[in-house]
Ligand binder design. Structure first.
Ligand SMILES: CC(=O)N[C@@H](Cc1ccc2ccccc2c1)C(=O)O
Ligand SMILES: [Mg+2]
Length: 372
């Protein structure tokens, strides 16, 4: 499996509805896809970076640039080692360049997909999956009114989602949570995600969420304020979950050690790929910390790989592995369709799906081929 070249492809995917969080509103995804051509098989991957550096420091033009100028040439230089050792050799080949975990994750994943396709092995099998379907939650954006929110939640519960996650921000937190509890009852699995919109000075306000029996409160404080999360965890009873702060297995171990989180949202793109994501899973399991698979509004390409990861034993909470139609009218792969609140784990080689030629062509805005 020797890499021969990389195609960078940009696609434009309109969302079925605007998705509002504490850091902005997303209406259309501008996604970077990678295809690694090898002498055996092609591998595909999706870079999860947003258009703007609002979720984290990465953004899609920056990812394309760092891949073109630094990461793809480094892979080319290490092609023989990667041919011998496979995907585990990719991260070391890129280590000279700091950061850019989403860009690195895409490149590693495309190589991993090619390697597994060449061997006929499913990603789920490679990662250690123990389930053939995973329970799915859904992330619900901030809305213009509580009424609109309740209608959206009703629709998702009717669709079969087993867990509801509400985006919150100062001014939109206790009221929507109370309204969902009053309308849908105490048995609905319910959690919130602040995307780092609060500070420790908001502890009293966040403690007002305690009576609502939430599964967790996700990333209430700044990505870099890990100690602040440990302080907050002593001031609220809702379990604290980290997302943006957990950039590696080491970061997970450190956060758990200081009591900054008791749940972790695992996102392969955020941490540099599926191999590091599995290491985070292993660290969390060793500490008795449940993990769940987060989402970055992926197309079916990223979604397929996330569902495989969500089938590992430590993923004991429903993730944001929603169906394709949560975000897109038409996916670029066969759509993921919710069945009894679950998505099936792909069984094909590699990530188990590949782009549909016509759908991919219809959304492609640019391609660039980089031969080795
Ligand atoms: C499903 C969910 O809530 N995902 C992120 C937030 C998020 C929101 C909007 C996004 C838009 C483009 C790309 C990534 C994005 C991630 C989270 O868990 O924090
Ligand atoms: Mg989050």
């Amino acid at each position: 499996m020797k890499p021969k070249g990389v195609e960078l492809r940009r696609i434009r995917m309109p969302l079925v509805a605007p998705f509002r969080t504490s850091f902005g509103v997303e209406r259309t995804r501008d996604v970077l896809l990678l295809r690694v051509a090898t002498d055996d098989a092609d591998g595909w991957a999706e870079c999860v970076a947003m258009s703007d550096p609002r979720y984290s420091a990465e953004y899609v033009d920056g990812a394309a640039d760092v891949l073109t100028r630094f990461l793809v040439p480094a892979l080319a230089a290490a092609a023989d080692t990667v041919a011998r050792l496979g995907a585990p050799a990719v991260a070391p080949a890129l280590a000279a360049f700091r950061g850019h975990r989403m860009a690195k994750a895409a490149l590693e994943t495309a190589v991993l997909d090619a390697e597994l396709r060449a061997e006929g092995r499913p990603l789920a099998r490679e990662l250690g999956a123990v389930r053939d379907r995973v329970p799915c939650g859904v992330s619900v954006g901030i809305m213009d009114s509580v009424g609109e929110l309740l209608d959206a939640v009703a629709g998702y519960l009717d669709a079969g989602y087993v867990r509801i996650k509400l985006k919150i921000e100062p001014g939109w937190d206790v009221e929507p949570v109370r309204a969902v509890r009053e309308r849908f009852g105490d048995d609905v699995l319910l959690q919130v995600d602040a995307n780092a919109a609060y500070t420790l000075a908001d502890a009293r306000q966040l403690a007002r969420l305690d009576p609502f029996d939430l599964l967790l409160i996700e990333q209430p404080l700044d990505e870099e304020d890990v100690r602040g999360h440990a302080e907050l965890a002593r001031l609220v009873t809702t379990p604290v979950c980290l997302d943006e702060s957990i950039t590696s297995a080491r970061a997970a171990a450190d956060a758990i050690a200081i009591g900054a989180c008791s749940v972790v949202n695992v996102k392969p793109g955020r941490v540099g790929g599926y191999l590091e994501a599995r290491r985070i899973h292993d660290v969390c399991v060793a500490h008795g910390v449940p993990v769940w698979c987060g989402g970055m509004l992926e197309t079916g390409l990223g979604r397929a790989a996330n569902v495989a990861l969500a089938a590992l034993p430590g993923f004991t909470l429903p993730g944001d592995t929603s169906a394709s139609d949560r975000y897109y009218r038409t996916d670029i792969t066969e759509p993921f369709v919710l069945a009894d609140g679950h998505l099936p784990v792909p069984t094909g080689p590699g990530v188990g799906v590949e782009p549909l030629a016509d759908e991919l062509a219809a959304v492609t805005t640019a391609t660039e081929w980089i031969p080795f």
